[in-house]
Design a protein around this ligand. Structure first.
Ligand SMILES: Cc1ncc(COP(=O)(O)O)c(C=O)c1O
Length: 397
């Protein structure tokens, strides 16, 4: 490997949400719990980003900033290179994060009491965007077929046709199931929404993290009408591990919707522009760091293989769901016959492992764990050994 994916930096007590969150649960550094939870990577930024930012700071005024023509061009070049589809530069707005963007979309394009559909289980802040804004959650549960999740299109269509449903927040690729929706599935969802005048917010923050052999289809690439009916959210934050720089991209192809969103964004947040270093890091990464990303994907794929092989031997009761994209592995632990809260306790207190508990993504996530694989393989191996030891007394074999 050209890059260092072995070193782990100290993040405890350094303001990392993933590491410091454990304090909220009463654990300290001395408890030696490894977090595999919040979706950022344990890897340092690509050296090209570090050097590029150093150069930039040494000859810049760090004043207020906004997206430049070069930023827009770079983003469009990247999307075209990686996904074979060229968006238009004028569609680009920015936000402090994709979560901010879908909150803003809910507030701008729906009113209190309107229905917003989610394919569940799903990334939990999407529930908040709906419920905390007084909108109605329209729950369309995914159907599990073995180790794969599918959409129940009869249910989807019936719920989209409900005259109260005004918006669909699509998570694509889907967190936590890691599904890459096929072009056929995407087209069907898009057409049903278009026919029923339901606006689609496509959260594609994980779009660059396709596992080997998988191809993600970007939502607006499916046609002009479909593009004009969407708010498309992407970011460099998952792809290049830049979440702390808080720079996300909101593309709105339809000019009226774009103007409406921009107006609302200014109203809710008088300073929606992002961090000057975020814009710069995004450009450096998209121009120079594709190889770094490809190597991260290799490490993540290897980590999944290591877990799979270990589970096949030591924990055949745990089922790993098909892993198509993201760096978040979705696993069904119900076969161990231990209830969810007890699994959580054993993992944290006896194994010293902190996963994202499945139930936070919705009811269907009960007894699931979401394992963040963006870390050195040796951390995964250490975790597996800890698991083996901790679960030995609980396994009746
Ligand atoms: C599907 C999805 N959307 C959005 C986010 C967070 O986006 P941001 O940090 O840009 O607000 C995450 C982070 O895990 C995510 O998984």
């Amino acid at each position: 490997m050209k890059y260092d994916f072995e070193t782990v930096m100290k993040r405890y007590g350094c303001g990392s949400r993933k590491w410091d969150e454990m304090r909220d649960y009463g654990y300290s550094e001395a408890d030696d719990i490894i977090p595999f939870s919040v979706a950022d990577m344990e890897f340092a930024p690509a050296p090209e980003i570090v050097r590029g930012l150093q150069d930039f700071i040494s000859c810049s005024v760090l004043g207020y900033a906004g997206p430049t023509d070069e930023f827009r061009l770079t983003v469009c070049d990247w999307v075209e290179k990686r996904h074979g589809y060229r968006p238009k530069e004028e569609w680009i707005l920015t936000a402090h994060g994709v979560v901010d963007a879908f909150f803003e979309a809910v507030q701008t394009f729906t009113k209190e009491g309107d229905g917003v559909l989610l394919l569940t289980p799903v990334y939990y802040p999407m529930y908040h965007a709906i419920l905390d804004n007084g909108r109605k959650l329209v729950d369309c549960p995914l159907v599990r077929k073995g180790t794969r999740y599918e959409i129940d299109f009869d249910d989807f269509e019936a719920k989209i046709k409900d005259e109260n449903t005004k918006m669909f927040i699509l998570c694509s690729p889907h967190n936590p199931t890691s599904r890459i929706w096929t072009p056929k599935e995407l087209r069907r969802m898009a057409e049903i929404c278009l026919e029923n005048d339901v606006l689609v917010v496509a959260d594609e923050i994980h779009y660059d993290l396709e596992m080997p052999g998988q191809i993600h289809t970007v939502y607006p690439s499916m046609g002009e009408d479909i593009a004009n009916n969407c708010i498309w959210c992407i970011a460099p934050s998952k792809t290049f591990n830049l979440a702390g720089l808080q720079t996300a991209i909101v593309m709105i192809p339809d000019p009226d919707k774009r103007a409406q969103y921009l107006d609302a964004q200014k109203h809710h947040n008088p300073s929606p522009k992002c961090n000057i270093l975020g814009y710069e890091a995004c450009q450096i990464a998209m121009k120079n760091c594709e190889e770094w990303l490809n190597q991260v994907i290799e490490v993540v794929a290897e980590n999944k293989r290591v877990i799979e092989a270990f589970f096949a031997k030591e924990f055949p009761e745990i089922q790993i769901m098909d892993f198509e994209a993201t760096y978040l592995l979705w696993m069904d632990w119900s076969g161990l016959g231990i209830e969810a809260k007890e699994l959580e306790r054993i993992n944290r207190e006896e194994a010293g492992l902190f996963f994202d508990e499945g139930y936070i993504f919705g009811e269907q996530g009960n007894c699931f764990e979401r394992w963040n694989l963006a870390c050195p393989t040796w951390c995964i191996e250490e975790a597996l050994e800890r698991m083996k030891k901790a679960y030995a007394p609980y396994l009746k074999r």
